[in-house]
Ligand binder design. Sequence first.
Ligand SMILES: [Fe+2]
Ligand SMILES: [Fe+2]
Length: 335
Amino acid sequence: MTLAQFGQYPAARFAIAHISDTHLLASGALQFGAIDTEPHLRRALELLGDLEEPPQAIVVSGDVADRGEVDAYRVAKQIVETAATRLGAHVFWAIGNHDDRRAYSSVLFGEESEAPQDRVHELDGLRIISLDTTLPGHHHGELEPGQRAWLKDVLSTTARHGTVLVMHHPPLPMALDRVSHVIELDGQAALADVLRGSDVRAILSGHLHYPIYSTFAGIPVFTASATCSTMELAGAGRSYGVRDSGQAIAMLHLFDAGAGGMPEAPVTHTVLPLAQTPLVVAHRFAEFAQLEEMTHAQRRELLSRHRDREASDDGRVHAWLDDAAGGLGASGKPA
Ligand SMILES: [Fe+2]
Ligand SMILES: [Fe+2]
């Protein structure tokens, strides 16, 4: 189904789900003995099924398994790939500091290896690179000189729609979180030299368990929240706090150059919280779908013009839509 364009921007060419830090454990064990991470991942994938347009790909940016257990990867693979098949989406994995290279590579890729887990994928002209930023046995990250050389070689040719780089450790400063500086990615300036001027359009990271955005060598960096739990940053003097709330995933959208009448190719990263709090307003879908049939002026009249705010009540949204329906012919088409 081709959706009507409501404003200046056409639909994105690529819609990619960004999931991070699932931290699954074998045998139903709980993270920190308290957090059941598997239902949070299932909820994340359920959200993707509720989007108006499903993602073309699911990227998982590391820390798939909390303790690197084979059975945890089996569960992750089964849950994510089942959802991806249902959505018609590809799956691209990246490795994190909690992961175990041997278990990760054998279960997810069928090739047991302790080598850095660097891979290049292609999605309809978009290049997706998984870069292994881990240093086995440690939580901070680093790249071997050979990995930088490999990346430079891969990026020496451009992809038709550019490149998305997935790397668990985010290349950025953590302004509210000095403790995480201890487990940051080392050698960021050397990596920036490789990426500057390349066709990389976005860097997707995780690791921190809270969302933070920056630019790195002029490239947007999007660090996703975790699906497992959330780091508390305003902890009243505690240096390290974890809460079983605030989990989220995100959708990366890549637009073509010229979208919105500008030469740049926009990139957005939209957060989708997992929390299921009470729904206080809901458009009925059949009514919402009328927007597709309206002219731009009719949509402006319905949704942009101020209404009588004093008369606001629970029925307000539906009342607006009923007003709009008055402007539609008996067939439901604009009169
Ligand atoms: Fe993590
Ligand atoms: Fe991590």
